[in-house]
Design a protein around this ligand. Structure first.
Ligand code: HXC
Length: 519
């Protein structure tokens, strides 16, 4: 072969690799409303930035006549490129090659880019669309998965890891995305489960569809496995890019601060009237979030799951933060098992990647009841407490209204190393609400009053007395548990100034192998 022929051969090989499992299977992929692995990568990365690695890798299996069927690249496209000019490592499973199933060499391709990402200190993005372990490869495939899992674990908290699920993801394969920081599922075209509908039917007798057992809606609303349910792959890709806007490249860097045109000192007069006079009346805490952050831009995680707490990324004067806010509009913003888990995971994501946390508090307490106690609210509530207490990033807390009992301590209180704890004048920081308190303190006396009108009047007087004396921010401010009581319309400015002040904050935890957080 002369040099021209050698170059032609290279071009031909590349061309062969680019069509994966062939035009017919690509057409089938498109018919199902799905993009191919390479199309997904093209959409994800900055134009022309993708550099593919291991295009010539093939499988080594000789069982079931497999040696006769080989595809260049073998079922997964790997490499690196940039998003907004910053390096990311990426792999996309190619369903057109053996259903995207994982072989030994395919796993090695993924491990190679994960290792490189760790050395370079860059995020890892995995796009999943696969029939799982390649059946013909048996234990080699299982070993391949475990190699990936081990790397997911080592990379956790070192570089951001994002998983998009744009097709099947079943069996043990689900555990790689589960180990990553963010899981995005495309609506109606993806599913995740440990065991599918057929095995479920055989083992338990339960009849359930693929969508109901493991679709994006289920995972975004019921299990909390998916942080985002995207309408389609285009939205899913946009969400990967958007999430990375708020995260640094690795745990040794800070998130990128961008230029911000939104004035830092704008006064939001509406906020002075947003809290209803009636403490039992709901309002939407997202109205407050959208008002105070830069350009009404808030990337909400877990929007459809545990709606009694709101978490997500936003910016203040161009500086990325994580926001955690109780939501009075849903279950009165109570803390329950799901809300505690959701917020704890988010707080840890922020802390791992140096993203300051802004907490907006309006919490009546923990949800009472046997369902919660049997489900282990003690352990799950402790997760959130632990996450806040362990976090060393700047922590700013604004108490908007209720902050009662144990939930007060949990929600980034001063004693959990809160840096700036502010309260609005509408704040009620106390052991419990007026109704409960008066029932306990005055129960005997109340029951001894026979006349119903007199009894009602007595209760009201006592509740008012309690509200005036205890349900305000000044009791806590008196002891320095609240640093300042601020005017609501000034909240944006106060947060921005606090974040600037805390930009050089240094705090650490005692040396240890790792903590033993209540899992
Ligand atoms: C080898 C596979 C495969 C697999 C699919 N294919 N899954 N090849 N190993 N696991 C091949 C098919 O033979 C077919 O090849 C092509 O991929 C497309 O598959 P279809 O079945 O035609 O596609 P579709 O109808 O869309 O169905 C997709 C599917 C189905 C639902 C994913 O293929 C399926 O159920 N696959 C098996 C899933 C599974 O049980 N995997 C093991 C899970 S256990 P041709 O040549 O016809 O195009 C597991 C353990 C992991 O993964 C453990 C980690 C610790």
């Amino acid at each position: 072969m002369d040099s021209q022929q050698k170059i032609k051969q290279l071009i031909d090989f590349r061309q062969e690799a680019r069509i994966g499992g062939g035009e017919k299977r690509i057409d089938k992929q498109h018919e199902q409303g799905k993009y191919t692995a390479r199309e997904r990568i093209e959409m994800l990365l900055d134009e022309g930035s993708f550099e593919e690695t291991d295009m010539f890798v093939t499988h080594r299996c000789t069982e079931f006549g497999m040696e006769k069927t080989k595809f260049l690249g073998d079922g997964v496209v790997t490499g690196h490129g940039t998003i907004d000019g910053r390096i990311v490592y990426v792999y996309a499973q190619d369903f057109t090659v053996f259903g995207g199933s994982l072989s030994e060499t395919y796993a090695k391709k993924i491990c190679k880019i994960m290792d490189q990402a760790m050395k370079v200190g860059a995020p890892i993005i995995g796009i999943n669309d696969s029939g799982g372990a390649r059946i013909q490869e048996g234990v080699n495939s299982l070993a391949g998965y475990a190699e990936i899992f081990q790397r997911n674990i080592m990379a956790s908290g070192v570089v951001p890891q994002i998983s998009a699920i744009f097709g099947p993801c079943a069996g043990g394969a689900v555990y790689s995305p589960a180990l990553t920081d963010v899981v995005i599922m495309s609506d109606k075209t993806s599913y995740m489960f440990v065991t599918g509908p057929k095995v479920t039917k055989t083992v338990t007798g339960e009849n359930i569809s693929t969508e109901d057992l493991g679709g994006a809606t289920m995972h975004a609303t019921k299990s909390g496995v998916a942080h985002f349910r995207a309408d389609d792959e285009n939205e899913g890709i946009m969400l990967i890019r958007k999430t990375l806007e708020f995260l640094p490249q690795n745990n040794l860097e800070d998130p990128v601060i961008t230029r911000c045109a939104d004035p830092i000192d704008r006064l939001d007069d509406d906020l002075n009237e947003i809290i209803p006079d009636n403490p039992n009346q709901a309002y939407d805490v997202k109205d407050i979030i959208y008002t105070i952050v830069d350009n009404d831009d808030f990337l909400e995680f877990h929007r459809h799951y545990a709606k009694n707490i709101v978490v997500g990324f936003a910016k203040f004067n161009g500086r990325p933060v994580g926001i955690v806010a109780n939501q009075p509009n849903f279950l009165a913003g109570v803390l329950d098992i799901e809300a505690s888990r959701k917020a704890a995971r988010f707080v840890r994501l922020c802390d791992a990647f140096n993203v300051p946390i802004v907490t907006l508090v309006d919490v009546p307490g923990f949800l009472p009841g046997s369902h919660q106690e049997y489900g282990g609210i003690i352990i799950h509530g402790a997760k959130l407490l632990f996450a806040y207490g362990e976090a060393t990033v700047p922590k700013i807390t604004i108490t908007l209204r209720k902050s009662y009992g144990g939930a007060h301590d949990v929600m980034s209180s001063k004693q959990l190393r809160g840096d700036y704890n502010y309260a609005w004048p509408s704040a009620q920081i106390a052991v419990m609400g007026s109704k409960g308190a008066i029932e306990i303190l005055e129960g005997k006396k109340i029951r001894s009053i026979e006349n119903p009108d007199e009894r009602k009047e007595y209760i009201k007087t006592k509740e008012d007395e309690y509200l005036n004396n205890f349900a305000n921010p000044y009791q806590a401010a008196k002891y320095g548990y609240i640093d300042d009581v601020i005017e609501p319309r000034n909240t944006r400015f106060r947060i921005i100034r606090a974040l600037q002040t805390l930009a050089t904050k240094k705090d650490s935890n005692p040396p240890k192998k790792h903590s033993n957080m209540p899992l």
